[in-house]
Ligand binder design. Structure first.
Ligand code: GLP
Length: 245
């Protein structure tokens, strides 16, 4: 595990984009796992800048997303499909056929989960997985639980996640109660994992991830066992750990 402490959100975004750009330069047909949330927005802006400068091309990149809300249409402004198109994909040369997210409107959600995993496997697995982290330690939408889920699945959102994500919706009742998410196993099988952690609101959970028990009750703590796991945290998020790393 590597931990990089950056000054602030902008520096996290800059450094995060450096690592992702390096991956795409080294392997132009990388299978990327992308994340949503406010944390990676700056990294996506940096990546678009590098694409516009001609440093990288997404022409042969394949993009899988971690998760999607159940019940939202792809063009719903709150859907993760919409987020990815508007924060990254619409601004690069990625082949639109190479963009995959679980379909939260699928008639048979379990079948959709199985097909999503098969699709990832058909590309030989994920080369590089980008992650944020929920304040309760969730990754994707893998909420704190007794057991670790292996494959993509349907989950019910924890109340703490509904509370954290309601800021994106008009009212709390609008937050979908279910989502499809890659399992921790799916995430763990990625060859490299990069987690971005920013803001003082994430300081406590980052301390648990780094120094607490490795437990499915703090899903991100499991990544300490991943062979190629990098965290980039800003000073605010690293406040409780920076003297110990
Ligand atoms: C959502 C996503 C996660 C993300 C988390 C944190 O719940 N499913 O993938 O990491 O939000 O979001 P933010 O970066 O806005 O704190």
């Amino acid at each position: 595990m590597r931990i990089i402490v950056a000054r602030d959100y902008d520096e996290v975004s800059y450094k995060g984009a450096n690592l992702i750009a390096a991956q795409i330069m080294l392997k132009p047909n990388s299978v990327m796992g992308f994340a949503t949330g406010s944390t990676p927005e700056g990294t996506y802006q940096e990546l678009i800048r590098r694409y516009e400068k001609g440093d990288i091309s997404f022409k042969d990149v394949v993009s899988f997303n971690l998760d999607e809300y159940v019940g939202l249409e792809k063009d719903d402004p709150q859907s993760y499909h919409h987020y990815m198109m508007h924060n990254l994909h619409n601004f690069t040369d990625i082949n639109k056929q190479n963009i995959y997210l679980p379909d939260g409107k699928a008639a048979d959600l379990l079948k959709e989960c199985k097909e999503y995993d098969s699709k990832i496997e058909s590309y030989g697995g994920i080369d590089y997985q980008l992650l944020g982290i929920g304040t309760n330690g969730h990754i994707g939408f893998n909420e704190p639980a007794e057991t670790i889920s292996n494959d993509t699945m349907v989950i019910s959102l924890a109340q703490s996640t509904i509370d954290a994500n309601k800021r994106f919706f008009e009212k709390e009742e609008d937050v979908p109660r279910q989502a499809l998410t890659m399992g921790v196993g799916t995430i763990f099988r990625a060859r490299k994992v990069l987690m971005l952690v920013t803001g003082e609101g994430k300081a406590e959970i980052l301390e648990k991830v780094l120094f607490g028990d490795i437990t499915p009750q703090v899903p991100a703590s499991l990544l300490r066992m991943h062979p190629d796991f990098t965290i980039i945290a800003d000073e605010a998020a690293a406040a409780l750990v920076k003297n110990r790393i």
